[in-house]
Design a protein around this ligand. Structure first.
Ligand SMILES: Nc1ncnc2c1ncn2[C@@H]1O[C@H](COP(=O)(O)OP(=O)(O)OP(=O)(O)O)[C@@H](O)[C@H]1O
Ligand SMILES: [Mg+2]
Length: 577
């Protein structure tokens, strides 16, 4: 708990800390208002039953005489108006405080999710090849929700603890024996309950995170495999598996829910039994009449109305704290990790474009893991105005080589130089890159938004779109669509053909007139004629660019100035012109 508070201290802004302190204090205001509410109700009952006694207690003489002059009925009406006003004002304040609290909670949640998302995006590419996107999404959404719950439960815990402490102080002062017994009994119940449930809540909290990830992952998989599921008619298999995952998740949540409810049940039974017992004691054993025990009645109401919920909340928040413990730890671990904070490159929308004159690869070695080397001691140069072909068998390391040139992966040995300078995180800040990955992703947006995917719709330049469409041979296809570039093409381009998808990927890469254009099997799905025409278009653009083209088919690479063949961790150069 202490380390969590310390970590929170590190990641919360000054404003956020003030907000949390405000919530903590506002709860005391609520508590006090609750007390005033209960007190005024008791007062109202007293005015109805024994008005003279109540009026005698008023310290202001003038008011006292004024009230004594009134008849019983008017007095009751006055006190009724008073009590309704008290409750109106009290609840109005409550409403304002609830609003502020909800706002603070929302802001904190959104801020945390945003920061975690930003942190994930900042992490190196290799991290994302090792972590499933679903796991990251799960952390950004539900796990963050639970981490926020932890913070608010902790506030509730301390607040209720303090309330109980003060109540205990006041009540013990009035009747030490009765109330010490009640408080000690409540404390023992709470302690015992927490003792037995702590481990379980923590355990099921961790399980919930895991099960939620599995459920999300299952849905993600199912929709990605939709074609195969339809083909093999395996709906039932997938639905059943989903049911099992979701059911497991809710079983954990049910247990946690039950754990959080049990203290209320035990405490209520104990509380009511105690109250009834005290009544019986005073009336039957001690033979007191009702009027005599009115002060006790007030205190008993206080116990039922204030102490019981305080103890219930205390236990519930403690259970929540245990349940969300793993979530807050995961979030704090991510937010306090500063490993990837330095040299975070900035996206500059109006960048000063630098020409890319030369890429040098010197004695480069790379492996994803120690056991298996992908490239060993590889060297070559690429110059502006050249098209470089990369060829090689599947799995030989072509895409890996490109990832290294792009700085997505770090070499184990050797160097990559851009314009004579060693590749670093900022190298590409002022260079336009056009990249068609081997598995081009198409989002469920319009063609136009897919081509200008990194910018807001309103900032997309129609002239650039037109150029990109022309160079990637998409004119005919788009002209035949009813909504032209504003046609929606479905998640991962399900409503277009494989070749159209590739060409949209190509148009996306060409949109910003890149200095470095990388095509990883970008034309593999096209017929020879379309491919040849696109490659001719691209060749026309090569003057002020470096173009790297990966292809299995040598025919695709026929316009290249240099062909690099990757084979057995080495490269073989074939200079054509
Ligand atoms: N993230 C990764 N972690 C571990 N190994 C990887 C990773 N990505 C690729 N590999 C391995 O590295 C080798 C080279 O992969 P790469 O994708 O560069 O091949 P490629 O030449 O582009 O193949 P293809 O022609 O099929 O696209 C492969 O054996 C592959 O299994
Ligand atoms: Mg590849």
């Amino acid at each position: 708990m202490l380390s969590i508070i310390q970590d929170l201290g590190k990641i919360l802004s000054y404003k956020q800390k003030i907000h949390l302190i405000f919530i903590f204090l506002s709860a005391f205001i609520m508590s006090a208002l609750d007390m005033i509410g209960v007190g005024s109700l008791v007062g109202f009952i007293a005015v109805i039953s024994t008005p003279e006694v109540v009026i005698e207690l008023i310290p202001i003489e003038a008011l006292k005489f004024f009230l004594l002059d009134l008849d019983q009925k008017t007095l009751v009406i006055y006190s009724a108006i008073l009590i309704i006003s008290v409750f109106l004002i009290k609840n109005l304040i409550f409403l304002i405080l609830y609003y502020v609290e909800a706002k603070i909670k929302k802001n904190l949640n959104v801020d945390f999710s945003k920061r975690i998302f930003a942190t994930f995006l900042k992490r190196p590419y290799i991290f994302h090849t090792l972590t499933s996107p679903v796991s990251s999404i799960n952390t950004i959404l539900p796990v963050t929700n639970r981490a926020i719950l932890y913070i608010f439960s902790s506030l509730t815990f301390f607040r209720e603890g303090l309330t109980i402490f003060f109540l205990m102080g006041t009540l013990i002062f009035i009747d030490i024996k009765t109330y010490s017994i009640i408080f000690i009994l409540f404390l023992i119940i709470s302690f015992l309950f927490n003792f037995f449930s702590k481990k379980k809540a923590d355990y099921y909290g961790g399980k919930t995170n895991f099960a939620e990830e599995k459920t999300l992952g299952h849905l993600n998989k199912a929709f990605s495999y939709i074609k195969l599921i339809k083909l093999f008619n395996t709906n039932d298999f997938w639905v059943k598996k989903f049911f099992n995952e979701k059911n497991r998740l809710h079983e954990y949540q049910t247990i946690s829910y039950l754990l959080s409810r049990i203290p209320k049940i035990i405490l209520e039974i104990a509380g009511v039994s105690i109250v009834v017992f005290i009544f019986i004691f005073f009336i039957v054993v001690d033979n007191k009449n009702i009027e005599e025990i009115i002060p006790f009645l007030t205190l008993i109401v206080l116990i039922v109305v204030r102490c019981l919920p305080a103890f219930t909340n205390l236990n519930q928040s403690l259970n929540s704290i245990n349940y969300t413990n793993k979530s807050i730890n995961r979030i704090l671990e991510i937010l306090t990790d500063k490993t990837f904070d330095q040299d975070d490159p900035k996206y500059i929308s109006k960048k000063k474009i630098l020409q890319l004159e030369k890429i040098e690869v010197k004695n480069l070695s790379f492996s994803y893991n120690e056991d298996y080397k992908i490239l060993e001691d590889v060297s070559f140069d690429i110059f502006k105005g050249q098209i470089i072909g990369i060829n090689g068998t599947t799995g030989s390391g072509k895409s890996t080589l490109v990832d290294l040139i792009l700085g997505l992966l770090k070499p184990n040995k050797g160097q990559i130089l851009l314009n004579g300078e060693e590749l670093n995180k900022k190298s590409y800040e002022n260079i336009n890159i056009g990249y068609v990955p081997q598995d081009t992703y198409i989002s469920d947006d319009t063609i136009e938004e897919n081509i200008g995917f990194n910018i807001n719709k309103k900032d997309i330049d129609p002239t650039k779109i037109k150029e990109a469409i022309k160079s990637s041979n998409l004119d005919d296809f788009i002209n035949n669509l009813p909504e032209k570039v504003n046609t929606y093409i479905g998640e991962d381009g399900v409503r277009i053909s494989g070749g159209q998808k590739q060409r949209i990927g190509l148009a996306r890469a060409l949109y910003d007139d890149p200095n470095l254009l990388i095509l990883d099997e970008a034309t593999s799905a096209l017929d020879n004629e379309t491919e040849a025409s696109i490659i001719n278009e691209i060749t026309k653009l090569k003057k002020d660019k470096i173009i790297i083209m990966i292809a299995h088919r040598l025919n695709t690479l026929k316009n290249c100035d240099k062909i690099i063949t990757v084979k057995d961790k080495k490269i073989y150069l074939d200079i054509k012109k």
